[in-house]
Write a protein that binds this ligand. Structure first.
Ligand code: GAR
Length: 196
């Protein structure tokens, strides 16, 4: 039986589309839900167009993280995911949530972790004078952007790079890395994958 994958987004959902597009044929998983905390996230319309069930859990409708995550848990539990992919989902998750779904949550982060957890990753890599940048897929634990790394894609930084040029070069790599890691993970393989 195929593994069921819920994908959590907050924005345009280009990684969500790459993941969903990849789950065909002999892939061991299929998308079961695209959930956004932002009601007008562009990715929701893309998911609907792909025929994937969608849900909105607007964090602004809840008093605090605990009640927001309780609502998130209710919707997720109904979708019975085997794997939850965070794909540009911009809410910090509590230890209660990550423990509830331990071993099942993946995230993509636009840096070569453990460098530059959090936000503004490309600007920070440039400010540090790094020679390379990239993206990482990791298992989600209670530590923000801190769980075991499942894959990384690396690009050289050139002298005239800006945060925008770096982001534009790395995003297509995210679209290669995340589906490749998901396919391996869904098949039980957690050995780190390095691209290219
Ligand atoms: C991606 O670059 C992803 O790595 C990043 O948000 C973007 C989402 O784009 N995620 C984070 O910064 C998580 N901390 P998308 O909505 O087009 O997939």
């Amino acid at each position: 039986m195929s593994k069921r994958v819920a994908i959590l987004i907050s924005g345009g959902g280009s990684n969500m589309v790459a993941l969903a597009d990849s789950m065909t044929g002999d892939h061991p998983a299929r998308p079961c839900l695209v959930l956004s905390n932002i009601p007008d996230a562009g990715g929701l319309e893309k998911a609907r167009a792909m025929g994937i069930p969608t849900a909105i859990v607007n964090h602004k409708s809840y008093e605090g993280r605990a009640t927001f995550e309780a609502a998130l848990n209710t919707v997720l539990a109904a979708a019975r995911p085997d794997i939850i992919c965070l794909a540009g989902f911009m809410r910090v998750l509590t230890a209660d949530f990550t423990q509830r779904w331990a071993g099942k949550i993946l995230n993509i982060h636009p840096s070569l972790l453990p460098k530059y957890k959090g936000l503004n990753t490309h600007a920070r890599a440039l400010a540090a004078g790094d020679k390379a940048a990239g993206c990482s897929v990791h298992e989600v634990t209670a530590e923000l952007d801190g769980g075991p790394i499942l894959g990384q894609a690396i690009v050289p930084i050139t002298p005239d790079d800006t945060p925008e040029t770096l982001a534009a070069r790395i995003l297509p790599l995210e679209h290669q890395l995340y589906p490749a890691v998901l396919r391996r993970f869904a098949g039980g393989d957690t050995l780190p994958l390095i691209l290219p």
